[in-house]
Design a binder for this molecule. Structure first.
Ligand code: NAP
Length: 464
């Protein structure tokens, strides 16, 4: 039996390190157990609650989030180092997501099947297929969107009639808890959503192997996701994991547009987005011109503190900053050209652009989750596809070209969940399906898909 040994409390500091924002309870095994039991008991009543009442709870929750957008946005900004305006936008976007989930959840119905499609005495049968909740959903979220990526799990789970055990990222837990407090202020029956806190490495195994957890929905790194999927036994698991999204730039592309989209895609929130553009594959013929345009834009990015609304802000912690620095150092040692950047102040890494990156450099393949962008020059069109597909990841890809047919042909050959044409890679709008191929994920998200993933079919068969 896996057990939890570390308990107590841990201070949560702002990303700047100057402010204690609150504390993270390191829950004991008994407390986590109690939370799961409470959720399990509450789920039965919640599953019988009419859909419109579940939807009312969600609408009420969304209203409260909008009312508290500044307070919650402020906490996100300090806790995970996101600039203020993006942090507030995250809260408002989440309210929209919750409202849409409430409405979509009211429209998820089963269907009927007739038996007479088959020979052999089945013509008298009619099957009614209903969607049933799974039970208790374990929702584990990452630090980078502590409100949005938590609510995108909790809201569909609730609309589907499940109870939720929510485990926020330790750095991000205060924002996550504020969001849950707004939910608990609604008419949601007591016990239906439980927030469990503690280090993932300490309470994670207990949670994911608990027999009363009926489904796991996880967003985070590929390493953690893979380990969870190995441990979860005979329950559905949906994973949203890392990425190494390429921007593929053909020689007929609008280079101004490509440069603008690439810089925004690669450097917003300091590159700490799963769908950030994490490498540029550019036709050699236009590589100099594109690099020049990207350089000018990168040098115009604001760098500094989240409260000053800078685009590039300190990374989540020292380990993250060290990792990005190692990738930069490795590339430069192996002969990459530094175009701009490679300046560091504590955990703040200035936006860094590297040209002539080669396949033997780690930055060509690893996910930095930080503000460094490698440019890889490509000599012929087949290399675009092979270099893009050689990655372990398969989240999204962008293709910049004026030729729609060519974009479709290349897009069809890419092993990724989504292909963007003439725009940066990004998640959303939140009702679009969101898929990670290869080591970028398992299953499909997006509001309707998420609700479906949290239900199972049940048949009632009429025999005339
Ligand atoms: P992470 O370190 O994998 O952590 C994610 C969550 O898992 C946190 O709540 C963490 O808790 C928990 N956790 C850690 N070890 C665990 C274990 N053994 N069992 C159960 N849970 C455990 O990821 P992160 O650094 O927060 O997020 C960055 C990564 O997420 C990047 O790779 C990024 O690409 C990916 N991401 C993907 C998407 C997507 O939609 N595809 C979206 C956003 C982010 P603690 O914080 O307490 O350790």
């Amino acid at each position: 039996m896996i057990s939890i040994t570390i308990t107590g409390e841990k201070k949560v500091y702002s990303v700047s390190g100057n402010e204690v924002l609150g504390s993270l309870p390191l829950m004991s095994q008994e407390e986590v157990e109690q939370a799961i039991q409470k959720a399990s008991q509450a789920q039965k009543g919640w599953a019988e609650t009419e859909l419109y009442k579940r939807a009312d709870v969600l609408h009420n929750w969304a209203d409260r989030l909008v009312e508290k957008q500044t307070q919650i946005g402020e906490m996100i900004s300090k806790e995970v180092g996101k600039n203020r305006s993006s942090a507030v936008k995250e809260v408002v976007r989440t309210a929209d997501l919750i409202r849409y989930t409430a409405e979509e959840g009211c429209r998820i119905h089963g269907d009927t099947l007739r038996g007479d499609s088959f020979r052999g005495g089945s013509s008298s049968k009619i099957a009614m297929v209903e969607r049933e909740p799974l039970g208790v959903v374990l929702a584990i979220s990452p630090f980078n969107y502590p409100v949005n990526l938590a609510a995108s799990k909790i809201a569909p789970a609730l609309m589907a009639g499940n109870a939720v055990v929510f485990k926020p990222a330790s750095q991000g837990s205060l924002s996550g808890q504020l969001m849950v407090e707004s939910l608990l202020e609604t008419e949601l029956p007591e016990g239906t959503v439980q927030c469990v806190t503690g280090k993932g490495s300490e309470i994670g195994n207990f949670l994911v192997t608990h027999p009363q957890i009926n489904m796991i929905t996880f967003t985070g790194s590929t390493a953690t996701g893979q380990s969870i999927s190995k441990k979860a036994k005979m329950i559905p698991v949906v994973l949203e994991l890392g990425g190494k999204d390429p921007a593929i730039v053909l020689n007929d592309a609008d280079l101004d547009l490509a440069a603008e989209q690439i810089v925004s895609g690669a450097f917003s929130y300091s590159g700490q987005r799963c769908t950030a553009i994490k490498r540029v594959l550019v036709d050699d013929l236009v590589a100099d011109a594109l690099t020049d345009k990207i350089k000018k834009k990168v040098e115009g990015l604001s760098v500094g503190a989240p409260e000053d609304d800078a685009t590039v802000t300190p990374l989540i912690d020292t380990n993250a900053a060290n990792f990005v620095q190692e990738l930069i150092d490795d590339a430069l040692q192996k002969g990459a050209t530094l175009i701009t950047g490679n300046t560091r102040k504590d955990n703040l890494i200035y936006p860094t652009l590297l040209d002539h990156v080669q396949p033997n450099m780690k930055v060509a393949w690893e996910e930095p989750f930080g503000p460094v962008l490698p440019i890889i020059r490509v000599k012929n069109e087949t290399d675009f596809v092979s270099l893009a597909n050689e990655s372990d990841y398969g989240l999204q890809a962008s293709i910049f070209t004026a030729d729609v047919q060519k974009a479709m042909d290349i897009g069809a050959k890419l092993h990724v969940g989504s292909v963007q044409f003439n725009a940066k890679t990004e998640r959303g709008p939140d009702h679009f399906p969101f898929i990670g191929a290869k080591k970028s994920g398992l299953g499909s998200q997006g509001i309707r898909r998420s609700i479906e993933s949290m239900t199972q079919d049940k048949l009632f068969i009429l025999n005339k």
